[in-house]
Design a protein around this ligand. Sequence first.
Ligand code: ADP
Ligand code: ASP
Ligand code: MG
Length: 412
Amino acid sequence: MPVLVMKFGGTSVATLDRIRRAAKRVGVEVAKGYDVIVIVSAMSGKTNELVGWVGETSPMYDAREYDAVVSSGENVTAGLMALTLQEMNVPARSWQGWQVPVKTTDAHANARIEEIPPENITAKFAEGMKVAVVAGFQGVSPEGRITTLGRGGSDTTAVAFAAAFGAERCDIYTDVDGVYTTDPRVESKARKLDKISFEEMLELASLGAKVLQTRSVELAMRYKVKLRVLSSFEEQSDDAGTLVCDEEEIMESNVVAGVAFSRDEAKMTLVSVADRPGIAASIFTALSEGGVNVDMIVQNIAEEGRTDMTWSCPVDQVKRADAAMQKAAQDGVINYDELIADEAVAKVSVVGIGMRSHTGVAAKMFKVLSDEGVNIKVITTSEIKISVLIDRKYMELAVQALHDAFGLDKVA
Ligand code: ADP
Ligand code: ASP
Ligand code: MG
């Protein structure tokens, strides 16, 4: 039988009623003759609550126990989904990550899937089970402990299963009806895309568009998984939603495909460090060992052998960065005058493979922002994206102005 993977996100399984509605969708695919693997998230809000409980109990928590707690939300929805399907006379069974097993690295809270042996589930399909309901977001480490895949990780579970089982398609059911030119909650004129290339989706996801976890797009690209994003709230035809696919499959596209943003950023500046070979290595090694995910980096002009180093990182890592720099100074690795943190910045990015062949996108982006009176604090570019760091209070304004200026509400 052909295999189909269907993933239901938090809002799509938020209540028993919604689980029933999702189960009906699954029943439709079973009736078409598919063996279905359903990946479920925790009920919406549940994972946040669990993360909160861990932080309240132990601020510098042990990541193994964090995983033990935060993975549990998915166990509930997996069991409830299997029960709901059984009530509809669809033969279904639930699986937690370790039971499959979803083998991952031991990087707790941010583990990567290494292997999903299909045998256990395939054997059950052979016995007549029609639906395997798998708890998303979780796996098991080489030592046999529960791991989680990072926030939004159920998308990655879904794509990894689609790859492991050679599924015909991986359908990601969520609370929007596809991938838009930007988050439709921030720009009401955002337009749903029928297709988007893997490369562009990868950039949008890694720059903040949380509709798909970045790693899920990487896996889909590597293993050629047919990946579709669609709504669990409306009746869906076979070509509904957005298909994430190779760029060759897209006939026409705008130079800029979309605008992404990341709200909770911080800009940190280490004032007056020695301007000598190896200083950047010392600073960023210390930050990385301190668990800080540095994003943008700027080294300012040096004066009299001293320079300032600026970087951005998630705002909730500012304290860690501070601790890492203090430790490096105590260890005599670096010395500096002070560390300044601006905790009210956001990153806004424009993404499009058209930038490979079109010049002037950066200039236009900067002009649009300056016309709106928005000051740019840091800039980074790559082949198909331009990102700027700006004051958080201007984030929505910047997203809307860029969306408008690049004509994203219209088809090319
Ligand atoms: P789920 O719980 O189903 O995994 P998420 O909340 O993780 O859903 O992701 C869906 C959300 O992603 C949407 O509600 C939307 O606000 C947000 N989003 C951000 N950028 C985009 C985009 N470019 N297109 C569609 N949705 C986006
Ligand atoms: N429940 C997890 C989270 O909220 C995983 C997911 O929904 O994809 O991050
Ligand atoms: Mg999600």
